[in-house]
Ligand binder design. Structure first.
Ligand code: TPP
Ligand code: MG
Length: 589
């Protein structure tokens, strides 16, 4: 095998990625990957992004793939470099995001014998990849070249579906690694052969719901006027899906059910159907105040609302889970799980219901009343706690323009948005609810800018520090990126857990809260990024509006009270209860 053959081999990898529809390819530097990177640099159909830290690179690719719904590729050298991809691969696996991780490797003769930077890369990502491929060492035969193209297509097709997700392609390469032009007739023939190779037509299979299951659900709906639809986090591309909103609202109208729209449901912002009762404040209503629906249709990821499991236990409804590709039933009490493409299932269900005799739907007036009371209580609670993160986050999101992407970090931010942010112009919501990590959020938000829309990332102070490397990756952002750091001095989610009440002395602050004591604005400035500190909700709103109207990255440091999120929630619940009591007295008097 010559350097020229290896060059042809690597060129074919790059061309196959582009042929199969990959657009963004995130590269981290190294020597063993040299043939691949040299080939990628010549492939004009790919947008290359170079990010030094492979963990940040992988989260960047995850963000790009998530926001565009197009597989993104990763290329790194051998050894621990490849291991840094794991966290993003785990999230991609859990959240069905298509990623193609390409790892350069030492050839077989250097395996298991102490060669530098050589580890066993087979099985590195274990069950978290949909498939694992190894190209074998480059070989000067037409059959081997055909197999390179075919393997890349196989891998990328698998990444796109039936169940989208990450795949691993391992590429052993030999020295010399630098590119070389063909110099013999055999090499010239092979180069011609490789560039003439045609890619196979291949599309992933579409897994669709079983018709009998949809018929059964339609019958259950027809027989039960007292139902509710709950929508947890949905993939980002549902925000611009041609019929997602129409179909979910059509289902709600036909069934006469309200829709509980969680923060990540892609239903929180933008136009709604007036005939449908949308419930945004479910988590702020004490369980006993909620109607005990008898049937639940559940879509998207498991709801984040703490009130959800409590209400399920109280109401004991028959739960029909329209699950997409995963089995989302952590309580193990679903009445039915309908697997298969969610949008297809929804459209077909609406079709079946349209031809069903008129449903005796009870107006979900009680839900509408509860929602209105909870919304008023929340607004008053925010006014009372003007220094809370809830007030900050709400103002920041309201300032993000129509068509922008709002990425919400885990821990309290996702809950705060769920409690308090709804309505206004259409926006795409990105959540990291696959494995619910606080990691890689800056990197993945930077990747999400590859969709060409302004991105607002809202994350906690500990999450910010967890991904400081992401600030370097953020320099590869393509559209305006505003990073709102909600600084409540530590992981304040833990202050709401029973551990906060245990007698631990200073250990609670030291080992759970872990306040970083780092000024995000100073760190951002040191890295050449714009930074600003917002001392009020109004200032946070103005900073977000300014940041998203301009190119580049802005870190907005938002110091807030330590207990603000918990204070708003507690006060909102108190106000709700007082109001509900007043309404009861008024009704009975
Ligand atoms: C990668 C990862 N490590 C640890 C955790 C556990 N964890 C959940 S929330 C949290 C604290 C987050 O703090 P911060 O970002 O400041 O958010 P806050 O709780 O203040 O809203 C931690 C460490 C996790 N979810 N993911
Ligand atoms: Mg915090």
């Amino acid at each position: 095998m010559s350097a020229a053959v290896q060059t042809i081999w690597a060129d074919l990898v790059a061309a196959s990625l582009a042929d199969a529809g990959v657009r963004v390819c995130v590269i981290s530097p190294g020597s063993r990957s040299t043939p691949l990177v040299a080939a990628l640099a010549k492939e004009s159909r790919l947008e290359l992004v170079t990010i030094i830290d492979e963990r940040a690179a992988a989260f960047f690719a995850l963000g790009a793939a998530r926001a565009t719904n197009i597989p993104a590729a990763l290329v790194c050298t051998s050894g621990t470099a490849a291991a840094h991809y794991l966290p993003a691969i785990v999230e991609a696996a859990m959240a069905d995001v298509p990623l193609v991780a390409i790892t350069a490797d030492r050839p077989p003769e250097l395996q298991g014998c102490g060669a530098s930077q050589t580890i066993d890369q087979r099985g590195l990502y274990r069950s978290f990849v949909r498939g694992e491929f190894d190209l074998g060492a480059p070989s000067p035969s037409e059959g081997a070249l055909r197999a390179v193209g075919r393997t890349l297509h196989q891998a990328i097709t698998l990444a796109r579906g039936g169940r989208p997700g990450p795949v691993h392609v391992n590429v052993p390469l030999r020295k010399p690694l630098e590119p070389a032009a063909p110099s013999t007739d055999v090499e010239r023939d092979l180069a011609r052969f490789a560039s003439d190779l045609r890619t196979p037509l291949a599309l992933p299979p579409r897994v669709v719901a079983d018709g009998a299951m949809l018929d059964a659900l339609a019958r259950a709906i027809a027989g039960e006027p007292d139902g509710v639809i709950v929508v947890g986090a949905m993939p980002a591309h549902f925000a611009s899906h041609a019929s997602w909103r129409d179909d979910i609202f059509a289902l709600a109208v036909r069934a006469g059910y309200p829709v509980i729209c969680e923060a990540g449901s892609q239903l929180r912002f933008g136009a709604r159907e007036r005939a449908v009762v949308c419930v945004d404040h479910f988590d702020l209503v004490p369980t006993a105040e909620l109607p005990a629906a008898k049937l639940v249709i559940q879509l998207g990821a498991e709801p984040v609302a703490a009130a959800w499991p409590a209400w399920l236990q109280y109401a004991k409804p028959a739960r029909w889970i329209v699950a997409g590709h995963g089995w989302h039933d952590p309580d193990s009490n679903a009445r039915a799980v309908i697997l298969g493409d969610v949008s297809d299932a929804l459209a077909r269900l609406v079709g079946i219901l349209e031809s069903t005799p008129a449903i005796d739907a009870r107006t979900p007036a009680r839900w509408a009343e509860i929602e209105a009371t909870a919304a008023r209580a929340t607004a008053s609670a925010i006014e009372q706690h003007a220094r809370s993160e809830t007030a900050m986050v709400r103002a920041a999101i309201e300032a993000s323009p129509e068509g922008s992407i709002v990425q919400i970090g885990n821990s309290l931010p996702i809950r705060v948005v769920d409690h308090a942010c709804a309505g206004g112009v259409a926006r795409t919501v990105i959540t990291q609810r696959g494995a619910a990590g606080i990691d890689g959020l800056i990197s993945s938000a930077a990747g999400a800018t590859r969709a060409g829309k302004p991105v607002l990332l809202v994350l906690g102070d500990v999450s910010f520090v967890h991904d400081l490397g992401g600030l370097v990756a953020a320099r590869a952002a393509r559209a305006p990126l505003a990073i709102l750091v909600v600084d409540n001095r530590g992981g304040q989610i833990f202050s709401g857990l029973p551990i906060a009440k245990a007698e631990l002395g200073g250990a609670f602050a030291e080992h759970w809260l872990t306040a970083p004591g780092i000024d995000p604005a100073a760190v951002a400035s040191a890295l050449g990024l714009r930074s600003v500190t917002a001392a009020s909700a109004q200032a946070a709103g103005s900073a977000v509006a300014a940041a998203l109207a301009d190119t580049g990255v802005t870190v907005i440091h938002a110091p807030v009270s330590m207990s603000g999120a918990h204070d708003v929630r507690r006060t909102a619940i108190e106000l709700f209860l007082a109001s509900a009591q007043e309404q009861r007295v008024w009704r009975t008097s």
